[in-house]
Design a protein around this ligand. Structure first.
Ligand code: ADP
Ligand code: MG
Ligand code: MG
Ligand code: MG
Ligand code: MG
Ligand code: MG
Length: 676
């Protein structure tokens, strides 16, 4: 989550009154950043991951696995250990002391590397060790029966009875008014209950998410969920479920915690300059849904097998603060805009000024705040970036602390970040923060977290290398935004990585940038010495002098399987893995380093061709082949317990999972990554 300011949060009514003020000052703050740093140039590659964990408490006697709500205590301990290590001046650490952060769920932790990784190849290959070190630090500060699990969604979150340790009754859910989740599921820091309550108040009802149930042999048809307290009358919203919010044949979710309580894997890259950041942002937009399908890891919701494999639409729905007018259920009267999407959703606009970014690709109606757009344009900011910001700023702030309203706009970016960090899209374009050396960054946010750090590292390494291939080969992945949206929808269905096709560009090269002239050696300059590090500053591709013939956009793309998108199709499209290998060919890597990279890319190749399963498929199969499973879509306490234990054992390398992981997977503790 974004910043955690301290102070007194305003109610929704009061937040609404200061919304325009927050937006206007937010824009002023952005303009200060722009003026100071628009010409910042030459920044090295720095990058890092964020991994989210859920802490699960196991009870071997009763065979139950519950979410442990000890986040505050655990983080205090972890922060202490971090302080202790940092103060031992001569401690010869092989890994920088990691950082742990709070997250929405009171059972969640987030870790990031102690300092960002550089472009060195040794850093690239230290990611897994770093991730494992972080996990082992977390594990050391848990109770003996607790484990740090990297699972996207907790299967029994919101089921009747006990799913947290300790137990709390959902009747006390004063922020969300949920039928299923107690107040105590949420991080107690004022920001989180306020976010939860203000989303509900702004929307005018509880959030409402319906996931199609997975119909197994004995699932009742029609499926009318017997675990919903249909007739509860504690909160005014309680009748919503029976008045149409909960759909037949679906799993109904009614609170922010169902989405923001999920874990994911995010990656952030510092770009050479703002132009490259915009190029990389655009390049990664069509990759978002592909990686979502490949990393799919969340097939179980509120104790039921669902017909979806991913968290994305759940989170999108779980923070959907749009009013009925904004959702186009009523004519506009009070509100300013009809808004097609939640503030958590896929990207709506390509923003690069690269000549290959044809206006036709931005083919979705973009809602913008016209006054803000005009203000940005008058300040000299170009059309696309002005639109991007003016689109983010159609939203209201959700949490405002009274102590933070008056700010010095020349030195603070708090109001800007308030809106920016509550627009949760597949990519985030991150301007430099004030008073820091940090540059323009791009965050890749679509992936589901994997159950082992070997897999998390593999995806981190893959996206990092792909980001270099995009920039150094000037790859063109442009595809109409409407098709990217369609891919997002397709990516989340059950088994999508094997059964679906996705729109993808047929020719990723451009005139002046053929496969032969990219990578390897150029005919003019002779062979280039191979790089020992991942570089960051690559010249953009010049537009050919006599222009470029432009055919119909629809002829530029076609539907491909994930296998084709990743591993290549025909003679002209080498696949994302082929492109990554072409980039690796420009690097000086051999021996053990090369075999490590090979192992990671092989995992991804095999996930793409279906010879290894996604976490979602593996989890679904585990449930369906459990001896006590009744073929009725229900994931019982016992099945859940066995599943969680199995995942933990796989992670520790003491249980084989040949359908999920390649033969060379060895789990377990870090070798040598401990504190000296
Ligand atoms: P968020 O706002 O997305 O929650 P976090 O601070 O949790 O951000 O994580 C940001 C990630 O970016 C971390 O992995 C961190 O190592 C990495 N990072 C930090 N500084 C830079 C930088 N200058 N460039 C790129 N990445 C950075
Ligand atoms: Mg996070
Ligand atoms: Mg973070
Ligand atoms: Mg975050
Ligand atoms: Mg953060
Ligand atoms: Mg993040």
């Amino acid at each position: 989550m974004g910043l955690l300011s301290l102070g007194t949060p305003l109610t929704w009514e009061d937040t609404k009154k200061v919304a325009s003020q927050v937006r206007n000052h937010g824009i002023t703050q952005f303009l200060h950043t722009w003026d100071r740093l628009k010409d910042k140039n030459g920044d090295e590659l720095l990058w890092g991951d964020e991994i989210e964990y859920m802490v699960v408490a196991l009870d071997d006697k009763t065979k139950t696995a519950k979410l442990s709500l000890r986040q505050t205590e655990i983080l205090a301990k972890l922060q202490q250990i971090v302080l202790n290590i940092s103060s031992e001046t001569d401690s010869s650490l092989s890994i920088a002391v990691p950082a742990f952060h709070p997250e929405y769920g009171r059972y969640m932790l987030e870790s990031t590397p102690g300092s960002p990784f550089t472009g060195s190849i040794s850093d690239l290959l230290a990611v897994e060790k770093d991730m494992r070190f972080r996990r082992s630090l977390a594990r050391e500060h848990l109770k003996p029966n607790e484990i740090p699990l990297t699972l996207t969604s907790f299967p029994r979150l919101g089921t009747p009875g006990q799913f947290t340790e300790p137990y709390y009754d959902p009747r006390d859910a004063v922020s969300s008014h949920s039928l299923f989740l107690p107040e105590e599921i949420t991080n107690p820091h004022a920001r989180f209950p306020t976010l939860t309550a203000n989303i509900r108040r702004r929307r005018g009802s509880k959030v409402s998410i319906n996931l199609p149930i997975f119909f197994d042999e004995k699932t009742p048809r029609p499926f009318i969920d017997p675990t919903i307290p249909w007739d509860r009358t504690i909160y005014p919203e309680d009748p919503e479920a029976k008045n149409g919010a909960a759909l037949v044949d679906h799993i109904y979710l009614d609170a922010m915690g169902f989405g923001m309580g999920c874990c994911c894997l995010q990656l952030t890259y510092q770009a050479c300059n703002v132009t490259d950041a915009r190029r990389l942002y655009d390049g990664l937009i069509p990759i978002g849904p592909i990686m979502l399908a490949l990393t799919a890891g969340s097939p179980i919701w509120r104790g039921y097998l669902s017909d979806v494999d991913c968290r994305w639409n759940v989170i999108a729905g779980s923070v959907d603060d749009r009013t009925e007018e904004e959702r186009d259920l009523k004519p506009l009267q009070q509100d300013r805009f009809k808004i097609p999407k939640s503030r958590y959703d896929s990207v709506d606009l390509y923003i690069s000024e690269d000549w290959r970014n044809r206006p036709e690709y931005n083919d979705q109606t973009l809602v913008i705040d016209q006054c803000i757009y005009n203000r940005l344009r008058q300040h000299g900011i170009d059309d696309l970036l002005s639109k991007h910001i003016a689109h983010l700023f159609i939203r209201d702030p959700l949490v405002v602390f009274s102590e933070m309203i008056d700010q010095d706009d020349t030195t603070s970016n708090d109001h800007f970040e308030n809106i920016q960090s509550t627009n949760w899209q597949t990519l985030r374009f991150k301007p430099p923060p004030p008073n820091s050396p940090i540059g323009w960054r791009v965050e890749f946010r679509s992936m589901e977290v994997q159950m082992t750090d070997y897999e998390n590292a593999a995806y981190a390494v893959f996206i990092t290398l792909l980001s270099r291939a995009i920039l150094s080969f000037n790859l063109n992945f442009y595809l109409p935004i409407s098709k990217v949206d369609e891919n997002m929808a397709r990516a989340q269905g059950r088994g999508a990585s094997q059964s679906e096709k996705f729109y993808f560009r047929k020719d990723v090269y451009s005139p002046g940038n053929s496969p032969k002239s990219s990578g390897g050696s150029s005919p003019v300059d002779g062979p280039r010495p191979k790089d020992r590090k991942l570089r960051n500053c690559f010249p953009p591709l010049e537009m050919p002098e006599n222009g470029v013939p432009k055919g119909p956009v629809q002829e530029e793309y076609e539907e491909m399987s994930i296998e084709e998108i990743m591993n290549g199709k025909g003679d002209s499209y080498p696949g994302l893995l082929g492109l990554v290998w072409a980039y690796i060919d420009t690097l000086d890597v051999q021996g053990e380093e090369l075999s490590k990279i090979h192992s990671y890319l092989n995992l991804i190749r095999r996930r793409a061709n279906g010879s290894l399963q996604t976490p979602a498929t593996w989890i679904r199969n585990f449930v369906r082949s459990h001896p006590s499973y009744a073929q009725d879509s229900v994931v019982t306490q016992e099945i859940n317990y066995d599943l969680i234990v199995a995942i933990d054992e796989i992670e520790r390398g003491i249980r084989p999972a040949p359908d999920l992981l390649p033969e060379d997977y060895t789990g377990g503790e870090v070798d040598g990554g401990t504190i000296a």
